[in-house]
Write a protein that binds this ligand. Structure first.
Ligand SMILES: Cc1cc2nc3c(=O)[nH]c(=O)nc-3n(C[C@H](O)[C@H](O)[C@H](O)COP(=O)(O)OP(=O)(O)OC[C@H]3O[C@@H](n4cnc5c(N)ncnc54)[C@H](O)[C@@H]3O)c2cc1C
Ligand code: SF4
Ligand code: SF4
Length: 485
């Protein structure tokens, strides 16, 4: 009998496939203004949802997170109603937790074991619950000062992550940002998803660190980035310049009034964005920026019509499925397999000429190629067009001496280990989403730490507990167990 017990396989935990619904604004009210669509769980619902997590021995969710956020642990704490501890666990690895609990594309949920049976655990929403009901006002504590200064160019997610990583390690950090506000492209995310207050809440926890933000300052305009090392005496430089420039579509008529770049439109009223738009809007693109554009346009047209034109099929849209679903629910019209050919109008845009395309298998087995269908041109009448076909880096100040790699999505990276550029002491990285940009910055900081420790004649140290405690919370990428070191 005893032998049988010893050899018996443990019973696998039962997976509950049904998620506790995330509260959201009624569809019919959503497009009236920019009020938040997704709302918080109540405490009771958060606990119920957290109890769906089976605490996998191998935490697939944590491994899928680009910053190795220990979501398994904060979910366990939420399930036990230990919200203060859950907040602390969340914040000790994630300096943009308030932002990410609203806008992260939750790669963790795609990997969650419960997804095999139904809807994955609402890991992002439980991060929000941890911060809503736990001690989210915690302040980071720096390690003993290292006596070395580091410059960061760009205060988007990558720059902020690097500033935090370096700040908690005891470096003196200056972050230069060309815009008046911090956050980089977070500034373009519509307020029905997140607001400036979320970035402010994250930034407030930096107050104890030796991190100085210098806004309205474009580095590289008058002198190359490398002068931060050679003239300004920084020991290392991290370029986190992201993709702040609009990528144009390159078809005739783009200069017409009413043809707007998505970034300018989404940044809200400002030099690039008109206060109001027309009532027949066409958005071109199929990614997340296009989704934010259609849903924002719906809210700004005053019950007008918004059409999305995408040259591939629905299943090939790169946008987050949740965002596509939201746009569909709110009444956006989708036109697939149409490629814009030109914009027409006298001085103001009056229509977009589109052509049908057929999709054919590509020779290399990659994404399908599209073949225009002869004689299929038609005009979609409109008074506003928003072009959302991508962004690119503004490379002013980045000379060839850095030998930067420009990624297909437009941001730049150093080609060396830890994103080192060809100039020793200068590193560059970014990412396709907030948490990917943060993950790249995390990797870069490890290399920066090694470089700076080398200058001091020391070996590099792991990140200390950012709240000044005795533990170390550095999680090596790709780890399985144990979570804590
Ligand atoms: C409309 C929109 C919606 C998005 N929604 C989501 C979402 O829901 N979830 C998600 O995960 N991702 C989303 N993304 C993508 C995400 O915002 C980016 O992947 C992320 O911001 C990249 O971070 P980064 O730090 O690399 O670059 P950026 O965010 O581009 O930041 C770079 C910063 O550097 C500054 N800068 C550039 N050059 C200089 C210079 N020479 N001197 C000083 N400052 C400089 C820029 O002003 C900017 O602030 C969205 C993007 C857009 C455009
Ligand atoms: S940061 Fe994003 S990917 Fe990581 S655990 Fe949180 S929601 Fe998931
Ligand atoms: S994969 Fe899902 S069930 Fe497993 S620990 Fe992570 S959240 Fe819990």
């Amino acid at each position: 009998m005893a032998e049988n017990l010893a050899t018996a396989k443990p019973t696998p935990p039962k997976l509950n496939p049904v998620r506790v619904p995330i509260p959201e604004a009624p569809v019919e009210e959503r497009t009236e203004d920019f009020r938040e669509v997704l709302h918080s769980y109540s405490k009771e619902d958060a606990v119920l949802e957290a109890k769906r997590c089976v605490q996998c021995r191998r935490p697939w969710c944590v491994e899928a997170c680009p910053i190795s956020q220990d979501c398994r642990e904060y979910i366990r704490l939420v399930a036990d109603s230990e919200f203060d501890h859950a907040a602390r666990v969340t914040l000790q690895e994630n300096p943009l937790a308030t932002t990410l609990c609203k806008v992260c594309y939750h790669y963790c949920e795609d990997a969650c074991v419960v997804k095999r049976k139904g809807v994955p655990v609402a890991i992002r929403q439980l991060k929000r619950a941890a911060l809503d009901f736990g001690a989210s006002e915690l302040v980071y504590v720096p390690a003993k000062p290292k006596g070395q200064r580091v410059a960061i160019v760009g205060a988007g997610p990558a720059g902020l992550m690097a500033a935090w990583e370096l700040g908690v390690r005891g470096y003196s950090v200056t972050v230069y940002e060309q815009d008046p506000k911090l956050g980089g492209l977070l500034q373009t995310i519509p307020t029905y998803r997140m607001t400036d207050a979320d970035v402010d809440a994250d930034r407030a926890r930096f107050q104890g660190l030796d991190v100085t933000f210098v806004t309205n300052t474009k580095v590289g305009r008058d002198r190359p980035f490398v002068s931060l090392l050679t003239d300004d005496g920084y020991a290392a430089v991290f370029l986190a310049i992201g993709t702040s420039s609009h990528r144009s579509i390159g078809i005739p008529g783009e200069e017409l009034e009413g043809v707007l770049p998505a970034l300018g439109f989404l940044k809200g009223p400002g030099p690039d964005a008109p206060a109001s738009i027309g009532r027949e809007v066409v958005v071109i693109g199929g990614g997340d920026v296009a989704m934010d554009s259609v849903r924002s346009a719906l809210r700004r047209t005053g019950r007008g019509h918004v059409t999305l034109v995408y040259r591939r099929s629905r299943t090939e849209m790169p946008a987050d499925p949740e965002e596509i679903h939201g746009a569909e629910e709110e009444g956006v019209r989708f036109v697939f397999q149409r490629s814009p050919v030109r914009f027409v109008g006298v001085s103001h845009v009056e229509g977009v000429v589109v052509q049908s395309v057929e999709l054919a298998a590509s020779a290399d087995g990659g994404r399908r190629t599209f073949v225009p269908v002869a004689g299929s041109e038609e005009t979609l009448a409109c008074d506003t067009v928003i072009v959302a076909v991508g962004q690119k880096s503004d490379l002013t100040g980045a000379g060839p001496e850095l030998d930067l790699k420009v990624t297909p999505q437009g941001w730049v990276e150093g080609r060396g280990k830890g994103y080192a550029t060809a100039i020793p002491g200068i590193f560059a990285a970014g990412g396709r989403s907030v948490v990917y940009a943060m993950g790249a910055a995390m990797e870069a900081v490890e290399a920066i730490e090694t470089y700076l420790a080398g200058l001091r004649g020391e070996t590099s140290q792991p990140r200390p507990d950012p709240f000044g405690g005795p533990g170390q919370f550095r999680l090596p990428p790709g780890y399985t167990l144990p979570i804590r070191v």
